[in-house]
Write a protein that binds this ligand. Sequence first.
Ligand code: URP
Ligand code: ZN
Ligand code: ZN
Length: 474
Amino acid sequence: MKTLISGGTVITAIDTVPADVLIDGEIVIAIGEPGSHEWAEEADKIIDATGKYVVPGGIDVHTHMELPFGGTVASDTFESGTRAAAWGGTTTIVDFAVQVKGESLIGGFDAWMAKAEGNCAIDFGFHMIAGDINEQSLADMDVLIERGCTSFKLFMAYPGVFYSDDGEILRAMQKAAETGSLIMMHAENGMAIDVLREQALERGETGPVSHGLTRPPLTESEATHRAIVLAEIAGAPLYVVHMSAKEALAEIIEARDRGLPVFAETCPQYLFLSHEEHVDVPGFEGAKYVASTPLRKRAEGHQDALWMGLATNDLQVVSTDHCPFCIGEHPLLGIQKKLGLSDFTAIPNGIPGVEDRYQLIYHGGVVEGRIDLNRWIDLCATSPAKLFGMYPKKGTIAVGSDADIVVFDPDVEWTMSVTQHHMDVDYSAYEGKDVRGRVETVLLRGKVIVHDRQYLGKKSDGEYLPRELMSVRH
Ligand code: URP
Ligand code: ZN
Ligand code: ZN
């Protein structure tokens, strides 16, 4: 089965060229001058991309489908969440399997595989949250790397839950250095945050606004600094997740300027939203935006600093940290954010966004002039693929690559809303936001799964993607 995407402008992390793309089965087999009659004749299907951008399927390397958290479970299943991702032009996710204290790394991986396999609309891989670093866990890292899980997330936050102390972190980093795998760090000083939370509650400060106020930027930058130092001691690369504070970014910049293999991501919520506009608001509305790291104060310049970091490659990736919890009642899961109605420390942490990212970064980045088209693709597809061992199978449009392709209309204007999205959550973090640019057609390994505002795929289209080790050093 041959498919021709004709008449569009192909955009990769380095090129912007008018070109036709010929696909055979699941793979791109040729990219060439527009209008070849021979290609049109041999194609079984032609997708007209005239006036549109033809871009690689998005890669979101930070999602939490069905994550158990704070007495509930993230409301998107692998089925609903990956379908929503497809609607937004994302064709691969890397989700986080979880090892809980007292259980094995491999058991956690198998449990997450059982949830995802056969249920995903797009391709999926796993990082492993190592919640209990011990001799066995370190040995099990070898087994998981063999199975294509080549990155491990550690937490400097959430004492008593996922938290690892500095010694445990150093051991895991030494193992990563030995194996060539990648440590991803949730960099917040959880011990200090716990003291600030306790003190806020003692003062009777129980509302959502206290979530961010008890996680000030210094708790993020101190932990980021410490993570960098530990990685340097171990001789390991480091990837810091969901960065929101400009002070933490400064630590990344300093480390990279010293030549260290230190990388970081941010997420749309930290670029577009703020503490003042979304969290420090009357009533319980702010709970929609409770996440860790927290949204930061616009007056302090964090959002502008992060955009600049993306433009200058001090930040390499935009992921979503998609972790949805309903503000009202979920039909199956009951109340979620409202578990913390009288105590902000009980609000489940997370913000939805897996469907929003590619389009939002086009709007806020390209349309509003902060980054160019190629950087948009780099941040949302190519760099994530390289850092997490998926390139060049994923993350670009090239001969031999998987035909994960999005036809993107750069001119459509529309308004983001819960009524428009497909995520299984009862609010949009970007309700009422007017944006330009929308996903029109999505191909997953050559199969059209979204076209003209219709979902054409099925829940088992997505396959497990075993990943290689990272393929960039800087
Ligand atoms: O608030 C967040 N980020 N929830 C998901 C868990 C995590 O730390 O990434
Ligand atoms: Zn985290
Ligand atoms: Zn996360």
